[in-house]
Design a protein around this ligand. Structure first.
Ligand SMILES: C[S@@+](CC[C@H](N)C(=O)[O-])C[C@H]1O[C@@H](n2cnc3c(N)ncnc32)[C@H](O)[C@@H]1O
Length: 283
């Protein structure tokens, strides 16, 4: 009974991470992605900080300045917004998110009301990509971990709507999971991931009169794409050597994780055992 009480208190404060001080607020650590906690709902809580910085770094490496406007599609619990809002000038951050509670919790636990009053970010809780409601054309558009859960018709709708609020030189960066086949379901899949070929994604955007290219920015998690209007088709970005190096390290870590998963599969484990036995017999 005492142990149970202790566990409840522990989860209520800093989760299961013994590395964090006892008075650390509830970061959702240990919860699976998709759980009803503002950090866990948008992905693995242990990656919350790094996915914040990865998005912020990408945009600033692509020359985002404080006077630019940013549309964050499916902004969730402001994983990117908690860095972008303080950086940008007032009324320059626009977040669209159907789950209002995520934004409310992010303001309560991450940002605080003062910064909202100073920076005046604009939010919409719509799920039909009605970007026109913001009455704005955006310099930058971000969609991190949206197409990795969306059915084709949703990506198509997003592409058509986003084209209307892009300027000739707007930069739109987004992620998806690249696969060899295309998700054919009609429902938003979460927390599961869905996969598309790059050719499919490219075609969806082309049909919305946009150009879609691969972006050489490896988050170690998903594949990034760069979407522009045809007028801006020659836009290119060169990441610094340091960034390239970091990206390679991230990619290597991601491959190591995948290898670990493959090696823990029962068939592979069995195969490895057989190989060891055969090696012993041979020598
Ligand atoms: C995996 S989370 C990513 C959130 C955020 N982009 C980030 O990186 O933290 C996916 C988000 O998309 C939101 N979402 C679901 N359907 C949507 C829709 N139709 N339009 C916009 N966002 C949607 C979810 O509520 C969720 O917050």
């Amino acid at each position: 009974m005492i142990m149970l009480f202790y566990k409840i208190i522990k989860i209520g404060t800093h989760g299961n991470n013994p590395m964090l001080p006892r008075d650390t607020p509830n970061l959702g650590q240990g919860l699976p992605g998709g759980s009803k906690h503002y950090r866990a709902f948008v992905g693995l809580p242990e990656n919350y900080d790094i996915v914040s910085s990865m998005q912020f770094n990408l945009l600033t490496q692509m020359n985002l300045r404080e006077n630019h406007s940013v549309l964050d599609i499916g902004c969730g619990s402001l994983r990117a917004g908690r860095l972008l809002i303080p950086y940008l000038l007032p009324k320059k951050y626009f977040g669209l998110e159907p789950e209002k509670w995520l934004i409310d919790d992010a303001i309560k636990y991450e940002l605080g009301q003062d910064i909202i009053e100073i920076k005046k970010p604009v939010f919409s809780y719509d799920e039909d990509f009605n970007f026109g409601a913001f009455n704005e054309k955006f310099d930058y558009v971000l969609a991190q971990s949206i197409f990795s859960h969306a059915p084709e018709k949703t990506i198509r709708k997003c592409a058509i709507e986003v084209e209307k609020v892009m300027k000739p030189d707007s930069i739109f960066v987004a992620t998806f999971y690249e696969g060899t086949e295309n998700y054919t379901g009609t429902k938003w899949a979460y927390p599961e991931n869905v996969y598309y070929t790059f050719e499919k994604i490219k075609k969806i955007f082309e049909e919305a009169n946009l150009i879609c290219r691969r972006l050489d920015w490896n988050s170690g998690l998903q594949n990034w794409i760069l979407i522009t209007k045809p007028e801006n088709k020659d836009y290119s970005v060169e990441f610094s050597d340091f960034t390239k190096q970091t990206n390679m390290v991230n990619q290597l870590n991601s491959y190591k994780e995948q290898l670990k998963k493959i090696e823990s599969h029962p068939y592979v484990k069995f195969g490895l055992k057989v190989r060891n036995i055969l090696n012993k017999i041979r020598h």
